[in-house]
Design a binder for this molecule. Structure first.
Ligand code: SAM
Length: 246
């Protein structure tokens, strides 16, 4: 989700009410993407950011042939799932929205596609060579984002990779009339420092090898995201984060 340039969206200054607990928020997100899936694809497909694709291309150079890759919040599968598949990867794509999964079936029929809340997933330890999540973990409430990182770490093989991005601002974002009248969308950020602390606390088996706050051009607007590329390494001395060494 980008924050400032979508058509017809208005910011909501704060959480619309404490009644919105995690489960209700997830339903809003699921129903929202179900409603806007084709419009979101029509808007996002021509606006692929170079940051996302350059990280994905770099990641693929680290992966073995036919690597097993989990993509969280795969959306319609365009362009990232498509790119992974076209490079011979075995991709499991997960998305909370049935409409997004239906579009992904059209664009990447070779992928294994699962409609689910990423927080409800369960895989054997050491299943994947890589986990990718583009613009999706920030749809989880803040308290779930660290739990997700911890679970991803468990699902990765030794030497496996995590590539994902986060909001740079701290706090909850509520968007009204997002892409379509009546659609309310939620995302949340811990802030750049908060993201780093989260990786230290919850991603203890991961070594962050790239940590970049990148400004991306999305159409005519500019937006900023915090990108993390991390590897699962066993050796304790490798587990220091780059910013811990300074
Ligand atoms: C901003 S879109 C990004 C889609 C795709 N990754 C891309 O880069 O174009 C976010 C996606 O995450 C999905 N999503 C949001 N919350 C999710 C959750 N809890 N579990 C799984 N998918 C989720 C949405 O349905 C949506 O398809």
């Amino acid at each position: 989700m980008t924050s400032g340039s979508e058509p017809n969206a208005t910011d909501h200054p704060s959480n619309p009410g404490s009644a919105f607990q995690s489960g209700e928020t997830k339903i809003l997100i699921e129903q929202g993407y179900d409603k806007i899936a084709p419009a979101y694809l029509a808007w996002s497909a021509p606006r692929t950011t170079t940051t996302r694709m350059s990280y994905l291309n770099k990641l693929m150079t680290f992966l073995p042939p036919s690597a097993h890759v989990l993509e969280l919040g795969c959306g319609a599968g365009v362009p990232c799932t498509q790119s992974l598949i076209s490079h011979g990867m075995n991709v499991t794509g997960v998305d909370i929205s049935a409409a997004q999964i239906a579009l992904a079936h059209e664009h990447v029929p070779e992928a294994t596609l699962i409609q689910a809340d990423m927080m409800s997933l369960s895989f054997q330890p050491s299943t994947f060579d890589a986990v990718v999540a583009f613009y999706s973990i920030f749809h989880l409430p803040q308290e779930e984002q660290g739990k997700m990182i911890g679970r991803i770490q468990g699902w990765l093989k030794e030497g496996g990779w995590l590539l994902c991005n986060f909001h740079t601002d701290r706090g909850d974002n509520w968007r009204e009339n997002w892409f379509s009248p009546g659609v309310t969308m939620f995302s949340s950020g811990l802030g750049v420092h908060g993201n780093r602390v989260m990786f230290m606390q919850d991603g203890y088996g991961l070594t962050v090898v790239e940590d970049q706050v990148a400004v991306e051009k999305v159409g005519r607007a500019e937006e900023t995201f915090h990108w993390i590329l991390a590897v699962k390494r066993e050796k304790v001395e490798d587990n220091l984060h780059p910013f811990d060494r300074e």
